[in-house]
Design a protein around this ligand. Structure first.
Ligand code: ADP
Ligand code: MG
Length: 251
């Protein structure tokens, strides 16, 4: 059974049709990389997948639990209460880290645990400490985000996403706000998660990284999936001319 499945997803902003019938299903332990030009709808896809935006049409489910069903071409969402329960099913790591600036590093990690999962503070702190250690940030719990490098901030936001023990993590260009050295630092962290069998969907422009870490690559353009398959097929031997043109820019 898939961990995550979105079927026939459609999303428009006014007259702009951003997602046009996108279907993606992700299996346990699978790493899926999404490539595509800027403006093709990758972030919108992730925002709909994580319920930050509502689909206009199509269905969305996590494991056997539906967030939205498609009824006559229109997405019908479960109740607010049911939706809230689904938030623990996934984590999202943003391009710009999205940490709360006025909370300490530790508070950024444990507050969602206490609020969403109603975890008691001592237990949340224990998990927070273990995650900071895993991210090589044991001594940074009392710091504020602005006191950390971009790479460190992104590691905090990965720790925050991991804290929920979610079934799947989504990443939206996790390294695009970082310089090359810090990019390598974050890619290493994600690679380690892949080695631990974490299920992940990663939007990235790091082609080499996608080739080496992904089980499957999806190439998106203009709100549709143009091509998908194994990295060696999509990246090294693309059959679609739009994929070819996009990848040429990275040579
Ligand atoms: P990508 O992440 O692939 O660069 P996006 O999903 O961010 O693409 O954007 C796809 C298109 O949707 C762009 O034309 C963008 O301007 C538009 N768009 C995204 N979010 C909104 C929004 N909240 N309101 C209006 N237009 C939006
Ligand atoms: Mg984007």
């Amino acid at each position: 059974m898939s961990v995550f499945e979105i079927k026939h997803a459609r999303k428009s902003f006014g007259d702009l049709e951003v997602l046009k019938d996108i279907s993606v299903s992700v299996e346990q332990g699978e790493v899926v990389a999404i490539l595509g030009p800027s403006g093709s709808g990758k972030s919108t896809f992730l925002r709909c997948a994580t319920m930050l935006e509502e689909l206009d049409g199509g269905s969305l489910c996590y494991g056997s639990r539906f967030a939205a069903k498609d009824e006559n071409g229109k997405s019908v969402y479960v109740s607010r209460k049911e939706r809230h329960k689904l938030y623990a099913q996934f984590g999202l790591v943003f391009q710009n880290f999205n940490l709360f600036p006025h909370y300490s590093v530790m508070e950024n990690i444990i507050n969602p645990l206490m609020v969403v999962q109603h975890m008691k503070k001592p237990e949340a702190l224990e998990r927070g400490k273990a995650l900071l250690e895993k991210m090589g940030l044991s001594d940074k719990g009392d710091y504020y985000p602005c006191q950390l490098s971009g790479g460190q901030q992104q590691r905090v936001s990965i720790a925050r996403a991991l804290a929920m023990n979610s079934n799947i993590l989504f990443f939206d260009e996790p390294t695009s706000a970082l310089d090359p050295e810090l990019t390598m630092e974050i890619l290493r962290v994600i690679r380690n998660l892949a080695a631990e069998n974490m299920t992940m969907v990663i939007v990235t422009h790091e082609i080499e990284f996608a080739r080496s870490v992904a089980d499957r690559v999806i190439f998106m353009a203009d709100g549709i999936i143009v091509e998908e398959g194994k990295p060696e097929d999509v990246i090294d031997n693309p059959s679609n001319e739009r994929t070819q043109a996009f990848l040429k820019k990275f040579e």
